[in-house]
Design a protein around this ligand. Structure first.
Ligand SMILES: *Cc1c(COP(=O)(O)O)cnc(C)c1O
Length: 474
């Protein structure tokens, strides 16, 4: 499709999330596409096998290389992000990995915002670091001069998140994209917490978008997934010597380069055929189906999530026990202007607030709530609560946490789609416990008794052998 054809064909967001990329089922007329739980696909004859391998017949061969259920979700996410093409993978971490390995090789350098998901920080420092790829972090992502100053001759990518957690410190997408483009490199943006309903980074200058589809895109919290989305905007031929994997002759392409054969799709084809299919983070078609079920209601959920979160941020901002609320929708937020510019529909529903009483108050608060689930994970229809300093950011030094504004009294919320009055009442429970300086709230309502068996179940679950938990990756 040309850009013009795409613009003509484009529907509004809510229509696209329900119908986008749908291919009618010729065999049975199923309105909801089938789940193709099949590892492989039959060739009609000898010649068709040869043609599928050569790429001259674009039918399916093997699910690691492509699957109709997974492809259905890929088309829909690409349309929602107003982008050229998407690759569905098994998790958000797989998406970040595939995107970066599609750009980087030993000796290369990445400039990243410091305020990013801890798992991605670990990937950049520990995993890519061992492969000879270096990273520099920009402390204040609003400081565009700092991004420019971090660029080296071997810099090959900029990385940032549209809405980082837990600080809700919204990214200046166009500002950072402009610096990246002046340096001749693409901007890769993790859009997990915003979703394309709140912002489509490619429309603001980002080149490649990644998602943890495990979060808002799914919403149900029932399965992991990830997506790499290529805007198709970056010109790889402007400096061909920098991207030799895309611009030099390939035997498998009959001596053409990826850029010669695929033009603006060069990166996404390479990332699919050479990175994702070799590393193999293939999503189950069943998970792809679950993800598509979630995407169909994305706008409705995110609208409600965002409205609930803003109402709760405003409520918390008024409480004497709360010293600060990190939500860019508040006029007092240093990120409010960026939120107004990039996120007119809402600044998302993952944010933090800080209790004056430090870790002890956070502990009392978190143990007192009953509707909010004490959980890592984000973007669930259910509201979630977590203490970053002792969980996701426990692996960082106190100085590093202080630099990022992760105080001992800071609590992260992922606000769900429940009735906001019930959520506020739950948070009041937490504040009341803090005020009373007590931990035990079991007597205050009957709910604890009703869910009391959960801890018994948890005790059972702990008898199941588990991997060693690396806190920063959760
Ligand atoms: C959760 C998350 C990831 C990792 O995604 P998984 O699906 O858990 O692998 C990456 N980036 C952000 C912003 C996330 O919230």
């Amino acid at each position: 499709m040309t850009d013009e054809e795409r613009a003509d064909a484009a529907h509004g967001f809510a229509t696209e999330q329900v119908h986008g990329g749908f291919v009618p089922d010729a065999a049975h007329g199923a309105r909801v596409p089938a789940i193709h739980m099949s590892s492989g696909f039959v060739f009609d004859d000898f010649d068709q096998a040869r043609e599928r391998f050569a790429g001259s017949d674009d039918g399916y061969t093997y699910t690691r290389l492509g699957n109709p259920t997974n492809a259905d979700v890929e088309r829909r996410v690409a349309l929602l992000e107003r982008s050229a093409e998407a690759i569905l993978v098994g998790s958000g971490q797989a998406a970040v990995t595939v995107a970066l390995l599609g750009l980087l090789q030993a000796g290369d350098h990445v400039v990243s915002a410091r305020s990013i998901y801890e798992g991605t920080r670990g990937l950049l420092v520990q995993n890519l670091g061992r492969l000879g790829i270096e990273v520099d972090f920009v402390g204040d992502a609003r400081d565009l001069d700092a991004w420019a100053a971090a660029v080296r001759p071997n810099t090959k990518a900029f990385f940032a998140e549209t809405i980082p957690n837990p600080k809700n410190d919204v990214l200046d997408i166009t500002g950072v994209a402009d610096v990246a483009h002046r340096a001749g490199v693409p901007l890769v943006v993790d859009n997990t917490l915003a979703t394309p309903y709140l912002v489509r980074p490619v429309e603001h200058g980002a080149d490649i978008v990644v998602h943890s589809a495990s979060k808002f895109l799914s919403g149900h919290g029932a399965g992991l997934g990830g997506v790499v989305v290529d805007g198709g905007t970056f010109d790889w031929s402007a400096a061909p010597e920098r991207w030799t994997h895309l611009t030099s002759p390939e035997r498998s392409l009959g001596g053409q380069s990826y850029v010669e054969r695929f033009g603006s799709r060069a990166f996404v084809v390479y990332a699919r055929d050479v990175i994702a299919s070799r590393i193999g983070p293939t999503p189950s078609p069943f998970n792809a189906f679950l993800l598509r079920q979630g995407i169909e209601t994305l706008s409705l959920r995110v609208e409600r999530h965002s409205a609930n979160a803003l109402a709760i941020a405003e409520y918390l901002d008024q409480q004497p026990e709360v010293t600060s609320v990190d939500h860019a929708g508040l006029a007092s937020s240093p990120f409010h202007d960026l939120a107004q510019r990039y996120l007119p529909r809402g600044a998302g529903s993952v944010f933090a607030f800080t209790l004056a009483g430090g870790e002890a108050a956070a502990r009392t608060f978190i143990d007192a709530v009953e509707l909010f689930s004490r959980m890592t994970h984000l973007g669930d229809v259910r509201s979630l609560i977590l203490h970053p300093a002792t969980t996701t950011h426990a692996g960082r030094t106190p100085e590093e946490r202080a630099e990022q504004g992760i105080d001992d009294g800071l609590i992260r919320l992922s606000v769900g789609i429940e009735d906001v009055a019930d959520l506020v009442r739950d948070l009041e429970r937490g504040l009341a416990a803090v005020r009373a300086g007590r931990v035990d709230t079991a007597a205050s309502t009957g709910l604890e008794a009703r869910v009391g068996s959960v801890s018994d179940l948890a005790a059972l679950a702990h008898t199941v052998p588990q991997g060693h938990v690396i806190a920063e990756e959760l």
